[in-house]
Design a protein around this ligand. Structure first.
Ligand code: ZN
Length: 208
């Protein structure tokens, strides 16, 4: 299913939550937004679309890093004293080599590390867990662990701490409704899905 539909379903889950809690307009807006994001989150493991939106263009960063590496080599070669020269050349060459391996997936890893670091410095446990979620998602194949009951349970821990931190009633419910709607909308019983959801990984690989 397409990202826009997942976001719409998630936003719908947020709206239903807000309605049943008779939330005020600003809380309703918040729950709809959070639902839309939570509805998209399981597909953070897809190359392209979502991970492209939350990460910088890896091609741009790769080019910039290679350019800096090259200039560093050039500058060290021309300006540095003998020991500085070699350190500069080695660092410059290292930057060029490492950045040539940078892929969209690794940019997602870097983003996850950034979220994790942000959570650690702000002492926000939900951000720390979200960072871990993104890092793990950047290493697994699409529709694997983010689309399982374990993935949903891990997300529940994030959502619970998020509600406690943000203090808006219904945040947890909106998040979980949105996440569940994503997994249901990806199921094989729906005619437009070629692949299904392996809810019980790693215990069972059965697709639903
Ligand atoms: Zn999906």
């Amino acid at each position: 299913m397409k990202g826009t539909m997942h976001a719409a379903l998630g936003a719908g889950a947020g709206f239903i939550t807000a309605n049943s809690l008779q939330s005020d307009p600003s809380a309703t807006m918040f729950l709809v937004t959070v639902g839309g994001i939570a509805g998209l989150l399981p597909d953070v493991d897809v190359d392209g679309k979502l991970s492209n939106k939350i990460t910088f263009s890896y091609k741009l960063i790769r080019t910039v890093a290679q350019l800096i590496g090259f200039l560093m080599i050039l500058y060290s070669f021309l300006e540095g004293s003998s020991s500085e020269k070699w350190i500069g050349i080695i660092i410059g060459a290292g930057m060029m080599i490492i950045s040539s391996f940078l892929t969209q997936r690794r940019m997602l890893t870097v983003t996850g590390i950034g979220v994790l670091a942000g959570g650690l410095s702000l002492h926000e446990s939900w951000l720390i867990l979200l960072g871990i979620y993104i890092i793990v998602a950047s290493f697994i194949s699409h529709r694997s662990y983010t689309h399982t009951l374990i993935g949903m349970l891990f997300f529940a821990a994030i959502a619970l701490r998020f509600e406690q931190s943000i203090g808006v009633e219904g945040t947890f419910a909106a998040c979980m409704g949105a996440y569940a709607s994503h997994l249901i909308a990806d199921m094989k019983i729906l005619p437009f899905n070629k692949r299904g959801v392996k809810y019980f990984l790693p215990i069972s690989k059965k697709e639903f």
